[in-house]
Design a binder for this molecule. Structure first.
Ligand SMILES: NC(=O)c1ccc[n+]([C@@H]2O[C@H](COP(=O)([O-])OP(=O)(O)OC[C@H]3O[C@@H](n4cnc5c(N)ncnc54)[C@H](OP(=O)(O)O)[C@@H]3O)[C@@H](O)[C@H]2O)c1
Length: 328
């Protein structure tokens, strides 16, 4: 397989982590270009992390035929414009979550990707994690019956700085878009589209949701209770109750579960270890490599219909809260 030539847009926290993922697969991935708003910063980041070069002009970078894929690692409000430019240039795009601020923008990106027959994928790590995959395998095997209830919580304390990415509306702050997207996406994978979606938010002094709680109900009588938070909370957990048994994900480090335990009711728990790879972002990079090698414009593991459906749900919830971002 040809080594995929990657560009990364952004030089922040997750960009640094993605670099580590690429470094761990030197035969498959070429660290090609770093793009920053500031050229000196791009060059310094490129030197530090073994990239061929650093640039500040994305348009120029996209003219390079040797470039295969772009990882968009900027704050949410900047995803749309950057991803659109890359897709129009025919480059594969792995875009950090949420792919955009709202469903209208997400639909436009999906249309652009389809028009240009280009791979577009949300960087949603959950479906690749070995423990999550095992959980889905157990559910799909039918051994514990159909899902009756999902409880999934992604709450952490990101600090009190109103200018931080988590609290600043200019940077798309708020729990729902930043971390609530994980439980919502998991609920979609396990249960599909809900019939009803009830919600509650605590909006903080910057106007974004610092914490929220969602209750989803489904036509078959199933339900999901999901919480997310970026301030004043610390709860990472996933539990699935099925008709004949249950599963709990264990040791969730930044929502990367390392183990699970499951049982049929009234039987003993079985604990299994399913550690994530040395770097959890390796999976999504590999998925891009696989899709490119197979000429696919969409990943079956993170399908665009899931990305769009979850964005639509988040739009509806935010509309009810009156939470509109300045850049929308
Ligand atoms: N998958 C995951 O596990 C995970 C974890 C954390 C974050 N994320 C996602 O990754 C994205 C970035 O998060 P992060 O924590 O890496 O953020 P960050 O540390 O603030 O870095 C973002 C980078 O984007 C660039 N940038 C471009 N436009 C910007 C703007 N208008 N304001 C500020 N920076 C801008 C900056 O690099 P230059 O100044 O060099 O241009 C900055 O360093 C978010 O969408 C987030 O949801 C994903």
């Amino acid at each position: 397989m040809k080594s995929v030539h990657w560009a990364i847009v952004g030089t922040g926290e997750i960009a640094g982590e993605f670099v580590q993922a690429l470094q761990s697969m030197p035969d498959e991935a070429t660290r090609y270009v770093i793009v920053s708003r500031n050229r000196e910063r791009a060059e310094a980041f490129a030197r530090e992390h073994g990239f061929a070069r650093g640039e500040s002009d994305l348009g120029r970078v996209l003219e390079d035929d040797a470039l295969d894929a772009v990882y968009v690692a900027t704050p949410h409000p900047a995803h749309f414009g950057i991803a659109k430019q890359c897709l129009e240039a025919g480059k594969a795009v792995l875009c950090e979550k949420p792919v955009t601020l709202n469903a209208k923008q997400a639909r436009e990106l999906v249309d652009t990707a389809r028009e240009h027959r280009t791979l577009f994928m949300e960087a949603m790590k959950t479906p690749f994690q070995p423990a999550i995959r095992r959980m889905l395998e157990i559910v799909q095997s039918g051994i514990i019956g159909p899902v009756r209830h999902l409880e999934a919580n992604f709450c952490f304390h990101g600090g009190n700085d109103p200018s931080s990415r988590w609290l600043n509306p200019e940077l798309g702050g708020g729990a729902l878009l930043d971390v609530g997207i994980y439980p919502l996406s998991l609920a979609y994978v396990l249960l599909g589209k809900p019939l009803h979606l009830h919600h509650h938010a605590h909006l903080g002094s910057t106007g974004v949701d610092e914490r929220n709680a969602l209750l989803l109900t489904y036509g078959n009588g199933a339900s999901a209770s999901l919480t997310s938070g970026v301030r004043g909370g610390d709860d990472m957990s996933i539990r699935v109750a099925c008709a004949d048994g249950q599963i709990e994900l264990l040791d969730l480090v930044r929502w990367d579960p390392q183990k699970l335990r499951w049982r049929r009711y009234h039987e003993d728990w079985q604990e299994e270890s399913h550690p994530t790879a040395a770097h959890p972002l390796t999976y999504e990079a590999r998925e891009v490599h696989r899709c490119l090698a197979e000429g696919k414009a969409e990943s079956e593991t993170v399908p665009l219909v899931q990305t769009l459906t979850v964005m639509e749900q988040m739009d509806a919830i935010r509309q009810a809260w009156g939470l509109v971002y300045p850049n929308e």
